[in-house]
Design a protein around this ligand. Structure first.
Ligand code: FMN
Length: 390
């Protein structure tokens, strides 16, 4: 199916499923254990409904919004996702180019396979995501490089003390002990577009992508030492965030906040925003949906900083619902990844355009001329006696 025949994110997802070997498609599409949190995120969006405003002149309307001092086409940023380069040749670069073209921020993962400088050269507004590794010097190296390159936002992911239990990756040996299985080799052969356009192209141009923020094995460090130093740190606390606040002079967001008192603490420490996120359901399978967690966090934030949300964005109306419940913006993870897997930059751009036009249509149909008019009284379930709509 050509991109022009993809009328929604689900269509793009289906193209991605056809192009990628099954193990890789599972890597982007699935979550953890029984995928309950992933599905719960979606169900929460499905269950929320609008009471639309009518007889409003919506002829002139705009999805534009300001995020951390910059004007963007819509209240959405591309979420960090390390392995985009496995889905398309230099996939992260393609995603960043699409974000630049669509005028939305692009969040670069700690596990990026593309250098920060190459991503900056796309002209995208780049936000840098940070995981704390056991080795603080290596971790701070990422922060300092982001600062040198003039990135304006650091997004610290705080919900991943350990990785989620992803049994499908174990089965496919897409996590240690890595290695091809008979089934995964057969899958590669059954997906010649991916094999030739991604895997063989890497092999012909210098080898498979590697995580650029990690040092290379050599005289100083063995591969085992590098793996140990760059493993996720399980003892990150608020003290680390306070130290980071001193080191990083620009906007600081905590991603993975689901509790209101933690949002309060983040703002008290000088953070500029929190991302209400359960990592797309990829970590704790019994996590609440982010949409359910959002209203209390918005109330606790009390305007002291920005509240963003991710996990489950597949429609423009999802963005509208998150904003109506008080979020300033959303992040989208899988949707742009489906796009890049389906068609590189063009695929990712198509996804961002679909989301924007769906948001625009939702605004028109709910009587909103600007994203600021997406307010709580539009939500049927949240409406109270005192809501009378603007
Ligand atoms: C393949 C994949 C890789 C991801 N890698 C990272 C990462 O490196 N850092 C991070 O903070 N979140 C990562 N995430 C989580 C996303 O940033 C985001 O929280 C999540 O995808 C949002 O849910 P959605 O996919 O339903 O939009 C990843 C998600 C996916 C699907």
């Amino acid at each position: 199916m050509a991109l022009s025949r993809c009328f929604n994110i689900e269509d793009v997802r289906r193209v991605a499923a056809r192009r990628l070997p099954k193990g890789l498609f599972n890597f982007v599409d699935r979550a953890t254990e029984d995928d309950l949190a992933r599905d719960r995120n979606r169900q929460a969006f499905r269950d929320l409904t609008f009471l639309p405003r009518t007889l409003v002149d919506v002829a002139a309307r705009s999805t534009e919004t300001e995020l951390f001092g910059k004007r963007h086409a819509m209240p959405l940023a591309v979420a960090p996702a390390g392995p985009a380069g496995l889905f398309w040749y230099r996939g992260e670069l393609e995603l960043a180019k699409a974000a630049a073209r669509a005028n939305v921020p692009f969040t670069l993962s700690t596990y990026s396979t593309t250098t920060m400088a190459d991503i900056a050269a796309t002209g995208a507004t780049v936000w840098q995501q940070l995981y704390f590794w056991k080795d603080r010097a290596l971790t701070y190296g990422i922060v300092d490089r982001a600062r040198e390159l003039g990135f304006g936002v650091l997004v610290v992911t705080v919900d991943t003390a350990v990785l989620g239990q992803r049994e499908y990756l174990q089965r496919d040996r897409l996590m240690p002990p890595w290695g091809p299985t008979l089934a995964s080799c057969a899958e590669m052969l059954l997906h010649p577009q991916w094999l030739a356009g991604v895997a063989l192209r890497y092999l012909a141009t210098g080898g498979l992508p590697r995580v650029v923020n990690m040092p290379q094995p050599g005289q100083d460090l063995t591969a085992e030492e590098i793996a140990s130093r760059t493993s996720l740190c399980q003892s990150v606390t608020w003290d680390d965030i306070a130290r980071l606040r001193e080191r990083w002079p620009h906007k600081l967001l905590l991603k993975g906040i689901m509790r209101e008192e933690e949002a309060e603490r983040a703002f008290a420490l000088g953070c500029d925003g929190v991302v209400v996120s359960n990592h797309g359901g990829r970590n704790l399978d019994s996590a609440a949906s982010t949409l359910d967690a959002l209203p209390r966090i918005v109330a606790a934030a009390g305007g002291k900083g920005s509240v963003l949300l991710d996990s489950g964005i597949r429609r423009g109306s999802d963005i509208a619902k998150a904003l109506a419940l008080g979020a300033h913006a959303v992040l989208a993870g899988r949707a742009p990844l489906y796009g890049v897997a389906a068609g590189g930059e063009a695929g990712a751009y198509h996804v961002l355009s679909l989301l924007q036009s769906e948001l625009d249509r939702t605004m028109a149909l709910t009587g909103c001329r600007s994203v600021a008019e997406l307010t709580r009284d539009l939500i049927a379930e949240g409406r109270t006696e005192t809501d009378h709509g603007a």
